[in-house]
Design a protein around this ligand. Sequence first.
Ligand code: UD1
Ligand code: MG
Length: 453
Amino acid sequence: MIERSCLAIILAAGEGTRMKSSISKVLHPVGGLPMVAHAVRAATAAGVGSVALVVGRGAEEVEAAVRPFASHVSLHLQADRLGTAHAVLAAREEIAKGYDDLIVMFGDTPLIDAGALAKARAKLAGGADIVVMGFRPADPAGYGRLVEHDNKLFAIIEDKEADADQKKIGYCNGGLMAISGKHALSLLESVGNKNSKGEYYLTDIVAIGHHRGLHVVSLEVDAASVLGVNTRVELAEAELLFQNRIRKEMMLAGVTMTAPDTVFFSWDTSIGAETRIEPNVFFGPGVTIEGGVAIHPFCHIEGARVASGSEIGPFARLRPGADMRANSKAGNFVEIKNAVIGEGAKVNHLTYIGDADVGAKANIGAGTITCNYDGFNKHLTQIGAGAFIGSNTALVAPVSVGANAIIAAGSVITKNVPDNAVAFGRARQEIHEGRAIVLHAQNKAIKEAKKAK
Ligand code: UD1
Ligand code: MG
């Protein structure tokens, strides 16, 4: 890590009107995490200590989204959108504290990776004064063009200002910049707004810096890492790139996926080596799966832990607080919420286990339901180790079933069951010998009488 103080200024004052959304554009999630939080995570991973957020609307929500990912966050309101240099200067107070490095990032660029930011900072540490992240888009129209010669960057010409020759340049401004702290304020304050948009362009600091004899360079990054999201179409593109990135990382780390394109991860999904994920599986935020787990098709998993040797699905739903211990099983059409499923315990079919503690090696029969909710409060069900719950049992919580107890199929259990006991919670079966013959004869007679009418 570079031993230099660094401030990341994240521009997030965009109106985002093209998203047609009631929330700030930068709060739309990619991989289950708001875009702006991705930017902050990358900054923090590149050793950035402080984050200055430049926001328009939704300031509090934006701040709340990034707070967990940075040790120091300051908020700066840009009331009028007068351009990217104007936006950066909204954070003037923070910049003036005197950081060694400054990184300007956009809140709608979620795929930026920490490695690229760290490289830009390394260039500053090596003597550069301004480092611009450049990329080569398939279609450069709309982007600022980098005018470079002998590894020196002379200027960035915005698309609107570019002449025919300059428009032919394929190397473009990705928007992100690293600036040496000691020059930043003076450079930014020298930017004027005499251009076709009447805006203060951050990109003008390149030519200004060059004229001052500063060391201005570019750093080429891949197009995906500077992809800016303006519409929900681009949001879906960013999501796809993000998913492909994680899928690849997972597979290279030892996770098997038979159809990776159909498996969806969140930014924080953690999966151990030798786990096998079959098609059509979704991971929401907060999931940790250890190694050697089998996840069969069509599972929906969020906020859950699954220990090694376990088997999930097909068609299982693990909701927040599901904690599957080693070698446990949640089979088809099983939903588990806020519940420990003990080591080696099996919940194989058509079952809801919510707010429960299931002991090791317990067997939960098909159609078992923990009745955890009375319309107002949630209650706990405890099932001891080795207990056998017969099919179609309703466990009316709060209730406990002792270790090695047996519950008869079809029971409604409302009272605690001690260890080693057998509990019946259903009407006893009666047998009436020969009675069926009488009933059949009666019914037949009724039918024939009706026909005769
Ligand atoms: C900018 C760059 C362009 C680059 C492109 C990459 C400038 C002048 N141009 O153009 O060279 O190729 O990004 O995508 O920097 N913002 C504010 N307040 C403002 C203006 C902008 O917060 O007053 C924020 C926006 O919300 C956005 C970012 O700054 O996140 C960039 O602004 P945008 O208007 O999208 O700039 P581009 O025209 O795309
Ligand atoms: Mg833009």
